[in-house]
Design a binder for this molecule. Structure first.
Ligand code: UDP
Ligand code: MG
Length: 332
């Protein structure tokens, strides 16, 4: 098997048919030795049915279905573990990353690279908030991280079997896959592209998911936040020492002062520092706890079988709801 394509899909029923079509065209030169792995990340719409249909039409498509929604990075991991190819191409289901770049990326990889990652030169159709927060995030992450992590880069990339095996050998639960590839090393190179708007549906990364992702990235690749806590406590000790001089000084020189403002200021400053320090430690302890449990990252609940073609839609009573318009089968 020369090429595996891995795509995590969460509530992407509308995007899948067109995505499979464009992808099939892009992998045409390798079609005799390629697979397209679509991972249904516990979707609540008819994503799985769409994947089964794609498999029926095109045996190159393999479907994996997770037992529950585990998040983008875990769904991607599930697909990567199932991939058999010598080269592995990762992209999103919403066609924000153009599959047509594959031949160029293959050519670059022929020059002995292990990772060819897409760097976003332009992002169309995304909110100003998303662009600004992503811009700030990658710069902040690099300032904090112990390994340089390519800026403005998602998981859109072509990787060699060697690089993939290195990443799959990392058992951590809080997965930040683009950072794990950076850490793995090997020869890496960027290819610039313009990120298109989503073809259908809306983003599956609400602010909450973005914050969780950012915290995983930071704590997964750096112990600097822990050191910040220590530095902040030094700073607060220094401020306390100055305050003590001031307090004793005013006690001796001007009897007692009302001092309400300084007390309130000091209290809020120190409780802030303490909470921050506790919070940062809590993040790491929480992660230690999750890692210590050693739970499997995901379970598969269904899989399309190679060479087995699903029965035609009419013969399957469950498919009847597919006849309804897309809006009414959203949460089927
Ligand atoms: N995704 C997933 N599980 C989730 C959230 C997202 O598998 O819990 C998939 C989603 O279907 C898409 C990719 O991850 O293929 C990226 O998500 P999205 O396009 O919503 O993120 P954005 O491009 O807005 O950052
Ligand atoms: Mg997207």
């Amino acid at each position: 098997m020369q090429l595996s394509v891995v795509i995590p899909c969460y509530n992407e029923e509308e995007a899948i048919p067109l995505m499979v079509e464009r992808l099939t065209a892009a992998v045409e030169p390798w079609k005799n030795s390629a697979e397209i792995i679509l991972v249904d990340d516990g979707s609540s719409d008819s994503t799985w049915e769409a994947i089964e249909d794609a498999h029926t039409l095109n045996p190159m498509v393999r479907g994996l279905r997770l037992s529950a929604n585990r998040g983008h990075q875990v769904a991607l991991t599930a697909g990567l573990e199932a991939a058999k190819g010598e080269r592995i191409f990762m992209l999103d289901a919403d066609l924000q990353d153009p599959p047509e770049l594959l031949p160029d990326m293959m050519k670059i990889m022929d020059q002995n690279f292990d990772v060819v990652y897409g760097r976003r030169a332009k992002r169309d159709g995304e909110t100003l908030f998303k662009k600004v927060s992503a811009w700030g995030f990658y710069r902040f992450l690099n300032a904090m991280s112990d390994v340089p992590i390519p800026k403005d880069t998602g998981d859109f990339r072509l990787v060699s079997r060697q690089a993939l095996d290195a990443v799959l050998a990392m058992p951590e639960r809080s997965r930040f896959i683009r950072g794990m590839f950076a850490w793995a090393g090997y020869r890496q190179v960027a290819i610039e592209y313009n990120r298109d708007p989503r073809i259908a549906g809306e983003t599956k990364y609400p602010l909450r998911a973005m914050l969780r992702f950012a915290t995983d990235a930071l704590t997964g690749f750096s112990t600097k936040p822990l050191k910040i806590a220590t530095r902040l406590s030094f700073l607060s000790l220094a401020v306390t020492a100055l305050m003590a001089i001031y307090v004793f000084g005013s006690l001796i020189m001007f009897s007692t002062a009302p001092g309400w403002a300084s007390v309130v200021l000091a209290m809020s400053f120190f409780s802030g520092v303490q909470l921050l320090t506790l919070g940062i430690m809590g993040e790491y302890i929480g992660r230690l706890y999750m890692e210590a449990k050693q739970r499997p990252l995901y379970f598969l609940s269904q899989e399309t079988l190679p060479g087995v073609v699903s029965p035609p839609p009419e013969a399957d009573p469950h498919k009847l709801r597919d006849l309804r318009p897309a809006t009414s089968r959203r949460r089927a």
